[in-house]
Design a protein around this ligand. Sequence first.
Ligand code: NAD
Length: 362
Amino acid sequence: MITIGAERLTGFVTEIFAKAGCSAAEAQRVSESLVDANLTGHDSHGVVRVPRYVTQLKDGTVVAGRTVKVLSETPVLAVVDAEYGYGAWVTPQAVDIGIEKAQAMGLACVTLRNAGHIGRVGQWAERAARAGLVSMHWVNASGSVLVAPYGGVDRRLSTAPHTIGIPRSGQTPIVLDFATSMVAEGKVLVASQGGKALPADALVQPDGSMTGDPHALYGAYEQQGGRDYKLGLGAIRTFGDHKGSGLAFMCELLGGSLTGTAGTSFERGRFANGMLSLYIDPTKLDPTGFFPDDVARYTEFFKSSRPIKAGGEVLIPGEPEIRTREKRTADGVPIPEDTWAAIVKAARDVGVDERTIQSAGA
Ligand code: NAD
């Protein structure tokens, strides 16, 4: 494991995307989004994705420099097409449309279709919360068929995340943000590169048996080579049996079908995230100011439950991320050697000079 300060890591990854063909501003935005995922502890959505993001630009899966197109709108609705722009670049454009409408009207609904990978969805709920808004997001990853529904062994779903953000004045927002699969695909990627191992029942094989071995998803691979989830015969399982499977199904219908991205399928091929977002201005829904006080009261009540294990603690959604962010901002971002080697290879491939590469990891 190597540890790199967030600022140095952001600078290096920015350099990679700039050399790959992004403008300076876009390269920085994409880099900041990835490093921020690492800072919150979601390494699955962090810099481990650099090689894949670069390949996606080269093979045309994503397109640099996109400005989103608003296909139709009303004062409270917008239908937004990202036209396969980098998720970290196009998603804030769509979120800002929702923020503006919700601040004017109290409520807004924005559909985002055909976005490149939008990364950790919680970052978009945090963006809305910084503007004082409650937000809800249903996301699918069309073309990325990875997850078996409850009771099945064949892949039919994407990892379809669901996210809710609640702003708190003077405090970090409350953010519930998870994949409806037992683990995000990036966590299988991280495990396959020597990072945190998967739970032993995270994946299901064609014969119905459970495993935590990443080969079930990727098939055979070389340690420092690429990973292709189309090559494995197994599937990731949904969380929470029929409940997680049902929520994932709804993410496909809301994030996929209703946004015009389409529920995931093998035929689609090209990867895209679709996201249905609702934004609510709590000050318009609750002019008496009951909501912030009751959020504080209820949070305290929730956390006061006695822990199962001595020394344990009940956390609210978003708390683990806050703590990890504090620690990693101070101590740096830990990166497994194999992940770093793959990032360095991507840097060399796009022509980052050797001195920059050497000083990034020093
Ligand atoms: P996870 O299983 O780590 O769950 C994270 C959520 O659970 C957070 O809200 C966190 O605050 C909360 N949490 C974790 N431990 C807790 C505890 N002990 N007590 C209370 N709350 C706790 O997340 P995941 O399912 O692995 O997803 C990781 C990331 O992947 C998410 O940010 C998600 O948006 C992202 N994702 C993105 C895509 C995409 O296509 N863009 C697809 C899937 C997942």
